[in-house]
Structures are given as C-alpha cells and as structure tokens.
Design a protein around this ligand. Structure first.
Ligand code: HSE
Length: 339
C-alpha cells in the first residue's frame, strides 16, 4: 500500500512512528505493508517512489521544521503534481482543521478522490462543512473514504455505532466529544486555573492548532455533525448545531457543581431533530461523566436501551492508531470486492 500523506504535525509524526514500530506485525497479521511515498507539509515535500526512510523524514521535520529538508529537490511540489507523477493507492489528509472554509483539507480530499485515491482523513473541517457531498463524490469515484479518527481520537465511536449497533435504530445520543475541554474542566475540578489547564493541554498536544475551536465548542460541534450524518443519516452541517463553549465557566461554577455530586461537562446531544453542544451539569455516576481527555458517548437505541463507549479522545498516537484501523479496513474492503 503506497501512501501520500499531507500534513506532518503531531498526528502525522505519530503515524510515522507507529509504522516504524509495527512494520512487521502489520504485514503478518493484516497483510498490509504501508509505505509513505510522498509527504507534504506547509513548506514543501519529500518524495520517494520506493518509500521514504521514516527515521530521516522525522529527523528532517524535527530538526529543520519541514519535510522539505529530506531532499532539497522537492521544495515547490504541489499535491496534484505529486499525484500525477507518483503512484500511490491512498491519500491521508492530516492538515489542521479549519471550520471557516475547510481549506486546504477540502481541496486536498476532492483532488485525491478525483485522482482515484482512497482517502483517509483525521481533518474534521471538510466533513463538518461538506459531509454529504464528499460521501457522494467518494461513491461516484468508486473509492473508499474513511475518517475514523475525526471522532473520538483513537476510540472507535463511529465504528461502534455503525457496526456493533447495526440493525438497531439509534434514537439519540449524548456525550463528551472534546478531549481538551474535558481535560481543562477536570483540572479545574482539581483546583487548577482555566489558563494553566489550557496551557497544559496545548503542551500535551490535545488542543487544536487554534484552541478556540475546542474552547468555543466548534470541535465538539463538528464531531456531532459527522456522527449525525454517518450514524443517524441526517444531512446536516455545522451551521445546524446550537453551540455554546466553556469560556464562561469559572472555578467557582466547577466547584459548586462538585459539591452537588455533579460535574460540568461540555456535552453534545443529537436526536433526529436537535443538534446541540453546551456546558451541562451531569451526575458523577452518569457513565459519560469521564475525566481527563477521555471521550464518552451513550447511544440510546430503540430496543436494546443505552450503551456507552468510553476511550481516549485526543493525542497524536491515539489518533494515528485510528489511521491504522482505517488502512486495515480499506485493505479488507478491497480484498472482499476482489473475491
Ligand atoms: N482537539 C481535539 C480534542 C483533538 O481535544 O478533542 C481530537 O479531535
């Protein structure tokens, strides 16, 4: 499997590290041998049809700030130029989430689909703004489009609802979809100030490149939109979400809630009509009342009641692990079609 990757930040570098450490068992267990043949960041690219040396690629990025330092001959390469000249089956899009116009991720994904590449993305912007049309374009071009890491980091929230609850009618769901704000609210419960907790979340790589996306509830809203489209079959975008963030919450609010055996959490909710993200006081015994960067979602289904999935919702390695899941799934899906 030859991969072109676009965006080489925290998640991209974590993916390279996983590929380095798992190369042999990915082949033995799943029959995949992923090779990165091109890697682009905002300053340039590195290309090798035989597969880039990932130690050297990481070294170039860490020491010089760009993958272009890997090989000086590719400073000006564009994604379309690379796709025309280098053979690859899969494009992995990992540029930062932009919820204004979803760029550059949206154009990268569309170009990849038109060039017949299977697409994996962890970028929420294109899906939050254009989910229905991207799924349609993927179908039209007969390519696989996977986005497991856009919701839940490494926790398979989308797959849990889509596959494990297959055949059930999910009536509604609510949950915590943003690791950064959950981390901040948890730390505030422990007595840390909002700003210290936010700084901590930035240093640990949980926060978005623009942390206001986390704090104002946009990140949770974009994940809610992806779930509503994929799981509930709604045709919605981020503009359909009623949203409020956590910037109005202070230490006193958090501590008052704690005395009542409750916690303030940024809760996302969806039924077939309403989509909402807002700070909500929930009982500490509620299964979605999780701490730190954990995400948790309770699905309410028509016949079998409530089910909750909990797991780490942010972090480079966690999110990169979802890309491995998507790679395996694409491999299996192609193999099934070829039977
Ligand atoms: N900033 C996001 C979060 C990263 O904190 O949940 C994972 O999508």
């Amino acid at each position: 499997m030859r991969l072109i990757i676009v965006g080489f930040g925290v998640v991209g570098q974590s993916l390279a590290r996983i590929l380095l450490s798992r190369a042999s068992d990915l082949y033995t267990l799943y029959g995949i041998n992923p090779k990165i043949v091109a890697c682009l960041d905002s300053k340039g690219s590195a290309v090798s049809p035989a597969g880039l040396d990932l130690h050297r690629l990481l070294e170039a990025k860490i020491s010089k700030g760009t993958v272009a330092a890997y090989d000086k001959s590719h400073l000006q390469s564009s994604l379309t130029g690379i796709m025309e000249n280098i053979e690859a089956e899969i494009l992995i899009e990992m540029t930062p989430t932009n919820l204004d116009d979803a760029e550059p991720g949206l154009t990268n994904i569309i170009s990849g689909m038109r060039a017949g590449k299977h697409i994996i993305t962890v970028n929420k912007g294109p899906l939050a703004l254009a989910f229905p049309s991207l799924v349609e374009l993927a179908d039209y071009n007969n390519i696989r489009f996977r986005f497991s890491g856009t919701v839940g980091g490494g926790t398979p929230i989308l797959e849990f609802a889509k596959r494990c609850l297959n055949g059930e009618r999910i009536v509604s769901f609510n949950g915590i979809l943003n690791g950064t704000t959950n981390y901040i609210l948890t730390k505030m419960e422990e007595g840390l100030s909002f700003h210290d907790a936010l700084n901590d979340a930035k240093i640990k790589g949980y926060a978005e490149a623009m942390p206001l996306l986390d704090l104002e509830g946009y990140d949770a809203a974009s994940k809610l939109v992806i779930m509503a489209n994929w799981i509930m079959g709604l045709k919605v975008t981020i503009r359909d979400v009623k949203r409020e963030g956590i910037t109005g919450i202070d230490l006193v609010d958090v501590q008052k809630a704690s005395i009542k055996k409750t916690s303030i959490k940024l809760v996302a909710f969806c039924d077939n009509i309403h989509l909402e993200v807002k700070p909500t006081m929930i009982q500490k015994i509620d299964p979605i009342c999780v701490n730190g960067t954990l995400n948790a979602v309770t699905f309410r289904s028509e016949y079998s009641g409530d089910k909750t999935i909990i797991g780490r919702g942010a972090g480079g390695m966690e999110t990169a692990s979802s890309i491995i899941r998507d790679l395996i799934e694409i491999r299996e899906s192609i193999a099934k079609n070829n039977l």
